[in-house]
Ligand binder design. Structure first.
Ligand code: ADP
Ligand code: TRP
Length: 320
């Protein structure tokens, strides 16, 4: 099994990213024969157009993933733009991609509605994503529900290419994590960088405490019984707990824990779970030589693989 995934470096990682993407990716990479993880900086250019910010986000994402436990010996960790074959294959794939396929992309429409500029790059985003995946013959691509359509498009593009030029590309299987609930933000909407409602994983401890203490609650009194089913504090806290622990905590809510105490408890759990990761992150931050070596080595290993695929593709289309 060759597992591949990617994440845009477009802002500080939050609990939604961790439980929805990072944690399941880590668990699957540990089980895979081979795994690759890309920080998709070319994709991020569709929304981040401040060079110093992009530089910062890229680097932060890499350190975040190392701190979270991605083992660079086992998983190829790399910046997408360090392997130029991604852009080259994306161009070749775009010549077999029907306009109608891209026009049906929901994510494009949603992003434009959110205010992201409707560039040609944003429109062809799924083709670059297909190139990321098809370059490495990845057979398993773990993504959240929001990426399901992009994965289907990757499969369609690979099939189109193979129909036109003969069997060249491996058609991947999506591993859609339907079971991972949408992590709510501190205001109860989906947690997202673009809604300003996140609890970050890394960064200043006091900012994290402030975010947790600011989680929206109803006006129930301190000793009133609380409904764990509708309480955002509980919904966030339970992500960290085993089923038995969830049950015990739900009981405390029903027995009337105050929201202030419930939030303090959540902060305690947060620190227990992320404390070690946060300390590890500081170590990596203080060792930029090691971090640079990781991506340099990742790019070398990824390029070697991508080179072989490109040779196959160039031969197939008549560019060799
Ligand atoms: P954001 O909405 O903050 O910009 P991204 O779109 O960059 O986050 O998300 C990267 C990945 O993290 C997504 O593919 C998705 O699987 C996961 N993710 C993001 N937010 C959440 C959330 N609130 N709940 C569950 N998973 C999430
Ligand atoms: N489009 C994905 C997202 O927004 C990121 C991504 C780019 C990706 N290339 C990929 C995910 C390849 C999996 C595989 O979350």
């Amino acid at each position: 099994m060759r597992v591949l995934s990617g994440m845009q470096p477009s802002g500080a990682l939050h609990l939604g990213n961790y439980f929805g993407s990072m944690k399941p990716n880590l668990e699957l990479s540990a089980k895979a024969d081979e795994s690759l993880f890309f920080i998709v900086d070319l994709h991020a250019l569709t929304s981040v157009q401040d060079p110093s910010l992009l530089r910062q986000y890229r680097c932060d994402a890499l350190v975040d993933y190392l701190a979270a436990g991605f083992d660079p010996q086992k998983t190829i960790l790399c910046y997408q733009s360090d392997v130029p074959a991604h852009a080259e294959l994306a161009w070749i794939l775009s010549t077999v991609t029907p306009m109608g396929l891209l026009e049906r992309a929901v994510s494009y429409k949603e992003k434009v509605e959110k205010g992201i500029a409707a560039s040609a790059g944003l429109f062809t985003y799924p083709v670059l994503m297909a190139a990321d995946i098809l370059l490495y013959d990845a057979n398993v691509v773990p993504v959240g529900k929001d990426q399901k359509q992009h994965l289907e498009m990757t499969r369609d593009i690979a099939i189109k290419f193979n129909n036109a030029y003969g069997d060249t590309l491996t058609v991947p299987e999506a591993l859609i994590r339907e079971d991972v609930a949408v992590v709510p933000g501190i205001d109860g909407q989906k947690m997202s960088k673009s809604y300003g409602n996140t609890i970050p994983i890394f960064g200043d401890e006091s900012a994290i405490k402030k975010a947790i203490m600011g989680i929206k609650t109803d006006s129930k009194g301190a000793t009133d019984s609380k409904d764990p089913g509708t309480c955002i504090v509980y919904q966030l806290h339970k992500l960290f707990l085993s089923v038995a622990e969830q049950k015990a905590l739900a009981e405390e809510y029903r027995n009337g824990i105050s929201y202030g105490d419930a939030k303090k408890k959540l902060f305690g759990t947060y620190m227990d779970v992320f404390g070690a990761m946060r300390r590890k992150r500081s170590e990596f931050e203080n060792n930029p030589t090691f971090v640079e070596e990781v991506v340099r080595d990742g790019a070398k290993r990824a390029s070697a693989y991508a080179g072989k695929t490109m040779e196959r593709v160039r031969k197939a289309v008549g560019l060799l």
